[in-house]
Design a protein around this ligand. Structure first.
Ligand SMILES: NC(=O)c1ccc[n+]([C@@H]2O[C@H](COP(=O)([O-])OP(=O)(O)OC[C@H]3O[C@@H](n4cnc5c(N)ncnc54)[C@H](OP(=O)(O)O)[C@@H]3O)[C@@H](O)[C@H]2O)c1
Length: 331
């Protein structure tokens, strides 16, 4: 029997959480039985959508992905030293049985990253990267010459969406929430970048997309997204990949303007996307992303905070959307 440190929900979120919503406890981790293994967290993902308190009842562990190393095993497919990514939550150590509920654990081996940090499996080489790739291609179906708009563009997903849209020959417009984020997006090759909090969106979109927007990859939702729909071309395609503006409202969602008017008159395709629907193409997708990374066509940014104790602080930073790229906690 070993011990693990685990962050649990001390108080359900009611609006924006604070550090008092989290508590660090010790849990016992049993020794592995046949087919099981124990792994120790190396890097943990903190993101508002993985770890909102509606995903975990009071007293239970915050959820989220991590990259961890197998340290004790009774499963020959996962020898000691194997690097995995799993959905173990904010735990320093976990017992895993790949046969029991592997879907919920979202267990994968970290691919060979040719010496790059395994933390990439939580960002550009993981769920955010594959979401960007598959969501853009399958829902937005971008063609060379199309104008693609990306909200939450400086996030882990949006930054990859914009770069892949550039690879596909599109004109790319990105929304970022600060000057630092907008500068970074420019350096990635986005054609037009706006701090959507500061500009008049109609003016900005009229100047950046005088012929309209063909594809909209949306991670945010709410009023800004409804405004974008007004600038879309007939038969435009919208990938609804996230709803950052409305997480943590729970059942107190604010009323939003309706997107249906624009949808009807412009004959838009507005489709939700979930990366879990493309498990079969996950490895193929990240192989392609890795190739682009090595060709310097896809770049990424990681903000690494050190120390398992920093999890709530890092999460609150992610929630405020202050940092460009992917926020990771290194244990
Ligand atoms: N569909 C899927 O399968 C799938 C898989 C993974 C992730 N996602 C979704 O993709 C979205 C982005 O994920 P990510 O990993 O890129 O997240 P991220 O790195 O945390 O970036 C999200 C960005 O959204 C922006 N944002 C706009 N309004 C916000 C608000 N009210 N609160 C907080 N942030 C706000 C922030 O940037 P600015 O301040 O610059 O706007 C923030 O940096 C999430 O909504 C997530 O649910 C979907």
């Amino acid at each position: 029997m070993m011990k693990a440190k685990t962050w649990v929900i001390a108080k359900l979120f009611d609006g924006e959480p604070t550090e008092s919503n989290f508590r660090l406890i010790e849990e016992e981790v049993p020794s592995p039985k046949q087919g099981e293994f124990v792994c120790e967290a190396l890097y943990l993902s903190v993101s508002p959508y993985e770890s909102s308190s509606d995903k975990a009842p009071l007293g239970s562990a915050l959820m989220g992905h991590q990259v961890s190393r197998v340290t004790d095993t009774k499963n020959s497919e996962y020898p000691v030293g194997t690097l995995i990514q799993c959905y173990s939550g904010w735990r320093s150590r976990s017992l895993i049985n790949p046969k029991e509920n592997p879907e919920a654990l979202k267990l994968l081996k970290v691919p060979n990253l040719a010496g790059k940090e395994p933390s990439l499996a939580l960002g550009v080489m993981g769920i955010p990267g594959v979401t960007a790739y598959r969501g853009l291609l399958e829902v937005c179906e971008p063609k060379a010459g199309d104008t693609v708009l990306v909200s939450g563009a400086a996030g882990a997903v949006g930054s990859v969406v914009g770069q892949i849209a550039k690879i596909k020959g599109c004109k790319v417009i990105g929304f970022g929430g600060s000057k630092e984020k907008c500068d970074w997006l420019k350096s990635l090759g986005f054609d037009h970048v706006f701090n959507y909090k500061e500009v008049n969106l109609d003016d900005a979109l009229t100047s950046a997309a005088p012929n309209g927007v063909d594809c909209f990859f949306d991670s945010v939702g709410g009023e800004v997204s409804c405004r974008v729909l007004q600038h879309m071309n007939d038969l435009g395609r919208v990938c609804v990949s996230g709803a950052m503006s409305s997480y943590n409202y729970g059942d107190k969602q604010p009323l939003m303007p309706s997107p249906f008017h624009a949808c009807l008159y412009k004959r838009l395709k507005i489709q939700g996307f979930s990366v879990s629907s493309c498990d079969a193409r996950f490895e193929e997708s990240r192989t392609q992303i890795f190739k682009w990374m090595n060709e310097d066509k896809v770049k990424y940014k990681e903000e690494v905070q050190e120390g398992f104790e920093k999890m709530p602080k890092a999460f609150l930073t992610a929630l405020k959307g202050k940092v460009a790229g992917k926020i990771i906690v290194k244990v």
